[in-house]
Structures are given as C-alpha cells and as structure tokens.
Design a protein. Sequence first.
Length: 726
Amino acid sequence: MNDSNSNPQIKLKGILEKIIFKNSSNGYIIAKFKLDDEKIVETVFGIVFEANPGEHLEIAGEYVNNPKYGRQFKINNINTLPPATTEGIEKYLGSGLIKGIGPAIAKKIVSFFKEKTLEILDKDINKLSEIDGLGIKRVDMIKKEWVRQSKIKDIMIFLQSLEITPAYAKKIFNRYGDNSIKVIRENPYRLCDEIFGIGFKIADKIAKNAGIEKESVFRIKSGIIYMLGQLQEAGNCYFPYDMLLEQAKDFLDIEINDIKKTLDILSKEKDIIVSDDKIYLFETYNDEKFVAEELIKIKKEPLKTRLDLISIENRIKEISKISKIEIDEYQQEAVISAVSEKILVITGSPGTGKSTILNYILKIFEMDNKNVKLAAPTGRASKRLSETTGKEAKTIHRLLEYNPKLNTFLKNNRRKLSCDLLIIDEASMLDIKLMKNLIDAIDYKTRIIFVGDVDQLPSVGPGNVLNDIINSKVFKVVRLNKIYRQFGRSKIIYNAHRIRDGLYPSLIFNSEDDNINDFYFIEKSEQEDVVNTILKMLLYNLPNKFGFDPLKDVQILVPVNKGIVGVENLNLRIQEKFNSNLKKIMRGSTEFRLNDKIIQQKNNYEKDVYNGDIGFIKDIDFELQEFKVDFSGKIVTYNFYDTDEINLSYAISIHKSQGSEFKCVIVPILTSHYMLLQRNLLYTAITRAKELVVLIGSKKAIGMAVSKNNVENRFTNLKLLLSMNC
C-alpha cells in the first residue's frame, strides 16, 4: 500500500473491533477501530491484508470527510501489534483467524495463560496440552495453523507489493507455502497452470509488477499455451496456424516474428504439435490420434461369440411377452445391432425409446450370461441411467478407478476393464480427453454402445466426439425419430422435437388437455417483470398448483450469466427471498448461507464431486473453517478457501445443466439474450425437464432461438482421422 503524499501521515493504535464490509477479491474493508486508552471508536476504510476483528493494530493514514457518512480514517499502511489486554488476546484468537480455535477454546487458552498467551504460542506452543479438554489432535491443528499464519503475514507483504489480492494470495500460499516468493520471482506464469482461478491475465499483471519484460520468452510461451488452453475450453482440439498468429499478436502485443520463434521453441520442447497448419497442445494431438486408432482396432477385432438372427428375434419376442412392451422395426434394428456390431451408436431425442432399447439389450445379454457395464460422464447422468435400467451405473471416472492422489486412472491399457459389453450413456458429453482414457482401458474384444442425443449442446471440454464418430460413417448408427413416451402426448417432447426441427413451438394448448399440460409459456417483455414472475412462480404457483418443492424440484435454466435476467442476479434475488440465514461465509461479494443451494464448478476427484453436481450447504464450522454440502445424501466437506469451487445454483446456465434432469425447469428467454440464443441451447433446456417446463419471456426471443441453428464450429480432427484409419 502506498503512503499518501498529499497530507502528513497520522498514526493510530487500537483494536479492530468489527468489520462492517469486506471485499475478499481486493482486500477493501470498512471497519470500526477502537483507539488505545480512549473510548473513541473511529470508522476506518482501505485495503487491508489478513486483518481480523480483535487484532491490535497500528494504522497510518489520514482523516477524510465523506459527504454521506462524515469523518472517516483512510488507511494507507498497517502494522500488526500484539493485543494489549487479555480481553484483546481472547477476541483476537476467537475471531476465526486460527483453525481449531473458536470463541470457547480462545477463552480456555487465555484463562489459562493470561497475558503470556501470545508469548507461549510463539515460543512454547506445546504447553497447550496442559489445558483440560484440548486433545493431541486439536493441539497439533492449532500448532500447524499458528506457524502457517505467522508465515503467511510475511509473504502477504511481498504479494501485496505486487498488487495481488488477498484471495489469490491465500491460494498462492496454500499451493507453494514457504516457496511462494521464490516461485513468483522466478516464473509467475506457473500460476496459470497450477492454481485454479488464476489465468494468464492475472499472472501477467503480477509478472509486470515483478519487472518481467513483455518480450520475455517465459511470457510469450505462457501466453501461447494459455491461448491454446482457452481455445480448448471453448471446445477446440486444435487451432489454425495463421489465425493463432494474428490472435497472439493482438493478445500479447508483440511482433509476429517473436511468436513464430516461440512456436518453434514450444514445438521442439514438445509442448505443442504443428501439423498441416494446425496447432495442437501436444497431449490433445495424441489424444485424438489415439482415440481414432483404437476405435478402429476395436471395430476390426472379431466378436468372441455371435448370436444368430433367429435366436435374437426369438429372445426379443420373449422379452416383449414378459415386459408387455412391444418394439417396432427401428428399435428392433438397434437391439440386433447391439449383438452383431462391435461399436454401435444409438442416437435420438427424448421420448424416442432409448431407455426401452437399452433394457431389451441388457436382458438379451443377461440371457447369455454376458458381463455388461454401464457408465455416463457425470454423476447425475449415471444416476439417471441406473434408475432407468435398474442396474448399477457408474461415472466414467469411477468405472476407470480414478485415483486423485496419483492423478491417474487405475484402469488402463495394462489393467483393462473386464466386460463383454460397455454402454456409455449421454455420450454427447464426452470430450476427447475423457474418451482417450476410456478407450485406453477397453479390451479389443469388448462391444461398445454409445447412447446420446446429438442435437444437444456439445461437450464442455475439447472435441465433438459423438458427432465426429457419427459423421465419420465408419460405425453403425441407429437414429430414432419416432416419439413413444406418453404416446406422444407430452407437450415437452412435442415442442422439443419442433424446436429441434427448426419449427416454432406450440404455446397454446386445448383446455381439454389441461390434465397433461406439462408446457407453459408466460409472456413478459420487461426484464424486471420476468424476475418478479420467476419469484412468484417459486413462492406460490408451483408449490400450490403442482406440489413442487421450489428449491429441490425446480431449476431455473438461463442462457446468460450477466444482466438482470442472468444467473448471477437471479441467484441473489432468489437467495434473498428463500434464505435469510445469518450463518454465512463470503467469497468476494457473494454470500454462501447455511441451507443455500449450490453447484460444483469443477471436477474434484478427491472429494468425488463433479462439475454440475448440485447440493445444499448443511453446516458451517467457523472454528474448523469448514462447511459441509449435502449432494443427494453424500456429505462433502470443504475448507473455506474452497469456495471458488462452488456457486449458488438457484439459477444455473443451460450449459451447466447438461446430463441433468429436473422435475420442473423455468427458462427465462428474452431478446436481450440474443447473443447466446440458438436452437440447441433452447432444445437442451427444455429436454432437462421430466414433468413441467415454464418459458417466461417474449415470443420474438423464442423465434430468434429456433431460427438460429449456427451449430458451434469446433476445430476437431477425429472425423477425418477415423476415415483415414478405417
């Protein structure tokens, strides 16, 4: 923090009594500060790193007059002093600063050691074990945290000089510990790869403040890798060479020759591959190549056993008789192909009988005592698959026995999956990296069935795997178009098919069909009206008319994150109405309150929670600095600094809803969302609902979405590689 040059510095000593406001993203606080030896309490504000209520501080700065709030003290610099009284020590220790010490434990410690408490903690912390009620584990926890906090203070001063925010500073310290300063001085661009939430732009700002030149090879290499990573996150496996040169020139503000030289270095170091004017990250190039080659090998490997056509047809008749479910010629073709083909794709919209076909296939393989495994890319999708088949289904990560500590899959080419048939549901969600690990663990003799809906949004990660497999025309594909579910009377399915085919959905239904009306449209054109209508639906209409729990049964799916009718604002407005709990933790300006509905933002294999999992905060422990989330009965514990992994989920983006299913979805759709409105987005949102869809917005916006069929143009090479290897 810079000293003020305009006025002489005033120094105040006292206790930080209470933080009124804190922005964790930049360290700005407004607080009450009680002066030593006086009853005066000042309002102070400024950028403050790692200060907590109860701390004894010396602050330097100046008094300013706020037109609204009167005289306040602007902090320009701050030093931590030992608390002046036992009362101050107790408040300092009980503020939540030290993991393992809450108000009750702080009182015990200070009562025992009195004014020597801090000296004991610094020089002879093992004496804590003399206090009744403090076990060995608790003492060890406090020891580690006390040492950690003393180190972090010194490191914070250095990080502060580089304008690193407290939130990022904590992440850096948690990752590198005592080496934090060394890492940043040597190569701050490491942070991009090694710390979640810190991208190239933040690392670049740190590097600039640390005196690293913009023409530095470190910077250009990191910038190119970052760009390719961003392009991968947008779904691309590679990027055209000339396009990357132009984008890198603008992004890094350097000459094209410097970029070309650095590309040569990255290529020699095997960080990237340049092939036919395509630039790949090295690993992604190998992933695509490997998947293409291995799929062809599996296809060409002869089947262990073959069932003759007459035998299969007899079994289909037998199953139909027992289950009292008839299947038509197209469905029968899929069942027969499951037995006769090594690799089969079954694709179709909701209601076209995919689940019926899978159950037939499972029964036929059971009759022949075959080992069948079922899996899906996400936890929610695998749970749905298990519910529709009555069989165990796993996430692909669980199927492949992912070990988070080793960061590897235990099922691989040396320890293959043992099964006769592998069924992968929601295959449109497969990205090239997950596909590579899956294929690596499959025995060449195993049959594979990919089941999915190619009209949905493509995978979040790089690649367009299911589409590329289908479009390569190398494998047998069964397309299901006929609607079976509820005899075609479901308005959700009816309108989903209309939207998929580029037709405007039917928004008016005959009152005689009201008992099966599962699709409503409420016309609103003003953004605030849409928000208020959503709140009214959640508070009254949906619980009263349909008996839905507004938080557990209903999901708001939104095309955009920002704006009045965006994910962020809707979450705040719904939280305000439904959860007034005062027990909360902060991340920047976002509050996470006890009982809040949240969504996991990234895969965390160690905790066994995945991007898109939705749960409820069930406990917040300020003493241990932990909170617990209930994901459909599975309790997961987080540290307070893990809040960047979660977000509120009263409303979520349509992209985040892939692979999920909800009893009811509410979809706000307005012309202000025009940048993201497209057919497969609306189609995906509607097909997430099992029982009810409510569209709120304008007919014009619906028309814009239906008419816009610019299917995302991803740069992928799997289709070509499959065709070449066949």
